[in-house]
Ligand binder design. Structure first.
Ligand code: OFO
Length: 183
């Protein structure tokens, strides 16, 4: 009896997404280490915490593949690439990697819809919401660095930003959570 509830196409896409999440964790780990070396401990702390979130995403997908009776394939993780050139470059790269990841998530949602695999579609909705939060968080980072002076931010502004990020919560507020009393 076949107990596998995932099509080969979706099993392949979900396995790939599991690796994408692991790759994103490596990106955050690499950038956090870079920030720490440069003396930006608050920024490093923020990025290290985020690396853990990405690994949790990887685990969620791994668990889902197993629970649907399909095979998990653990592969090598692509390298995070070169270090950022500056804090500005770091935040721009973080934003890009989140947008790329959103595109990958949307494509699995599309596949699950085409196959009428509503279990996978439903599972992926958590990731759709999570990506909205992560893009918001990455956009907040870009706004903060812009206020600090962008690519030519002064040492004082970067010092303040570094302190600020040490206290920044891991979750962003989504538009749907806002009200007139709580804008
Ligand atoms: Fe896994 O959420 Fe970012 O990429």
């Amino acid at each position: 009896m076949d107990t596998n509830r995932l099509s080969p196409t979706l099993a392949k896409a979900l396995n790939q997404q599991m690796t994408n999440e692991a790759a994103n964790a490596q990106v955050y780990l690499a950038y956090a280490s870079w920030a720490s070396e440069k003396g930006y401990d608050g920024i490093a702390n923020f990025l290290f915490r985020h690396a853990n979130e990405e690994r949790n995403h990887m685990m969620k997908i791994l668990e889902y593949i197993l629970k649907r009776g399909a095979k998990v394939t653990i592969t090598e993780i692509p390298s995070p690439g070169p270090d950022p050139l500056s804090v500005n470059d770091c935040f721009e790269k973080v934003f890009k990697s989140e947008v790329d990841n959103t595109a990958a998530i949307y494509s699995i949602v599309e596949m699950s819809m085409a196959e009428k695999d509503w279990a996978t579609w439903n599972f992926m909705q958590w990731f759709v919401k999570e990506q909205t939060e992560e893009e918001t968080l990455a956009l907040d980072l870009l706004s903060k660095i812009k206020v600090a002076g962008g690519a030519s931010a002064s040492d004082e502004a970067l010092y303040a930003l570094n302190n600020d990020l040490a206290k920044t919560p891991d979750d962003a507020t989504l538009a749907q959570d806002v009200s007139t009393a709580n804008p």
